[in-house]
Design a protein around this ligand. Structure first.
Ligand SMILES: Nc1ncnc2c1ncn2[C@@H]1O[C@H](COP(=O)(O)OP(=O)(O)OP(=O)(O)O)[C@@H](O)[C@H]1O
Ligand SMILES: [Mg+2]
Length: 222
């Protein structure tokens, strides 16, 4: 097993209303290449913050985050953005679809940007995630769970080296959650991706290779 994501001595505080709030203290962990990891912990423990730190969207106060050979906080914003675009796909807790694009164009957006758009895989994902009848609709015209599946299709279609998913089944029923799990499975088995999923779902976590729990500003394997 090769460590793909390596986090060392990570510290993160938030300042709000003049007070400092410590989210992570001396966080250390590794995630191996081509594995799936569940990031669990109670609401407010720091799952979303950690996903944003790994994605290079939120800066640590100190410590290092390495993805492969890339030390993400060592470089300029431009270099970091470029690395993120080409290597990482993120499924945000709030979906972050583009309001002015219809469902089909939202799904295609990221993969077209990085020029690895695969039409056959697109059709496979649209079928798998049950999005056929929604393709011409706009994000505001579809439900939260439907938006969530569009965001998932968009992220998976890029065949990312690293997929970061924040509560990807938070708005889905059991049947749709299973469809999403099957889509993640394709990334793991066919495209050798590494997957990190923040989730409150015990069922989803059970299906993943490794479980990491955030508690008291630290992270541990369970
Ligand atoms: N921008 C911010 N400014 C100040 N505090 C913040 C900020 N973002 C997050 N926090 C605080 O950091 C802590 C971790 O938040 P985070 O959103 O990472 O939790 P979470 O584990 O994802 O929770 P949930 O399961 O509810 O999504 C919380 O106590 C939150 O209030
Ligand atoms: Mg969260």
């Amino acid at each position: 097993m090769v460590p793909y994501l390596v986090v060392k001595k990570l510290n993160k505080d938030f300042e709000s209303s003049g007070e400092s709030f410590e989210v992570f203290k001396d966080l250390n962990f590794e995630i191996n290449s081509n594995t799936s990891t569940a990031l669990i912990g109670e609401s407010g423990s720091g799952k979303t913050t950690l996903i944003h730190l790994i994605a290079g969207l939120e800066s640590p106060d100190s410590g290092t985050i390495k993805i492969g050979d890339f030390d993400i906080w060592k470089y300029s914003e431009q270099k970091r953005a470029n690395f993120r675009l080409n290597n990482i796909s993120i499924i945000f807790q709030q979906y972050n679809l583009i309001p002015s694009l219809n469902v089909l164009n939202n799904i295609k957006f990221h993969s077209q940007l990085i020029k690895n758009y695969d039409q056959n895989f697109r059709d496979e994902l649209i079928n798998l995630l049950g999005l056929n009848k929604l393709l011409k609709k706009y994000p505001e015209e579809i439900s939260g769970g439907q938006q969530q599946r569009v965001a998932i299709a968009r992220a998976i279609l890029t065949k990312p080296k690293l997929l970061l998913a924040d509560e990807p089944t938070g708005n889905l029923d059991e049947e749709n959650s299973t469809k999403v799990t099957n889509a993640f499975e394709i990334l793991l088995s066919r495209y050798n991706s590494t997957i990190v999923i923040a989730t409150h779902s015990k069922k989803l976590a059970q299906n993943l290779n490794v479980k990491l729990i955030i508690k008291n500003k630290k992270i541990n394997k369970i």
